[in-house]
Design a protein around this ligand. Structure first.
Ligand code: PXP
Length: 262
């Protein structure tokens, strides 16, 4: 499981030696806890271990249905983290108020559907410019850095820029879930979107569905500043422990920047 797959057919991406930041998404520790309705395992404990192993920050998603992370996790973790928190929320009044109260360093706006297993697509910024723009401004005015989770679609990237977003997180799920025959074209779509957003002056992050096997080709893009990765790291932690799981992902991200992908 090295992730060192130098895929033929993926457009050239010259690595910069600077490693991208890794945000470890801790939601699924809470999924395990909620399955029993008790207080163990505690996502904050695991977040602290992830930080020790090299996580640059901790990401968590407070969903409207509270299926994994709970309000007390957000407050408790925010007090105890030694790095900082990236809080994923839907653009609702309730969530904006929670973010303004807790004041995480970063907030990522994501779309939410009640029935989905996980976040299925990016925000439709094009169709909600006013609402999302107002929400961005509200949290930015409160001193929180806001990013918008969007698909690798130039129209959505343009709309994010137009409403004054500073940061976008490009949804990598379509690439991650693509059949083998479509993998390279999905990777190229991502790489083009990363560069397009960066050239517009946006800070570019990426995440969703990334794992030890598929992250390398896209982590080679020096356009991306940060990767948010959860399910694969928490799953691997069951086999090797959270520290090694985080450490291995950090190493892959660092190595990806030290080579050029053909
Ligand atoms: N980025 C965003 C915006 C997400 O909603 C999620 C899932 O909560 C992730 C990254 C992490 O995805 P995964 O758990 O598949 O690595």
């Amino acid at each position: 499981m090295t992730g060192n797959c130098l895929n033929e057919g993926i457009m050239s991406t010259h690595g910069s030696t600077e490693s991208p930041l890794l945000g470890v998404n801790i939601d699924h520790v809470a999924t395990l806890r909620q399955a029993r309705g008790i207080d163990f395992p505690d996502p904050t404990d695991i977040a602290l271990l992830a930080e020790k192993a090299g996580a640059d920050y901790i990401t968590l998603h407070l969903r409207e249905d509270r299926r994994h992370i709970q309000d007390f996790d957000v407050a408790h973790m925010h007090r105890r983290l030694t790095t900082y928190m990236n809080l994923e929320i839907a653009v609702t009044r309730e969530m904006l108020d929670i973010a303004a109260r807790v004041k995480p360093r970063d907030v990522c706006f994501v779309p939410e559907k009640r029935q989905e297993l996980t976040t299925e697509g990016g925000l439709n910024v094009c169709e909600q410019k006013q609402r999302i723009g107002d929400a961005c401004k509200e949290l930015e005015d409160a001193g929180i850095r806001v990013s918008l989770f969007i698909d690798a679609d130039p129209e959505q990237i343009d709309a994010a820029k137009e409403i004054g977003a500073r940061t976008v997180e490009i949804h990598t799920g379509h690439y991650a879930n693509a059949a083998a025959a479509d993998k390279n074209s999905e990777a190229n779509k991502l790489l083009s979107a990363f560069q397009y957003a960066k050239d517009l002056g946006l800070i570019v992050n990426a995440g969703h569905g990334l794992n030890y096997e598929n992250v390398h080709p896209i982590a080679a893009s020096s356009a991306v500043s940060e990767f948010n990765i959860g399910h694969s790291i928490i799953s691997r932690a069951l086999y090797v422990g959270i520290e090694k799981a985080v450490h291995d992902m950090k190493r892959i991200l660092t190595e990806a920047r030290q080579v050029s992908v053909r």
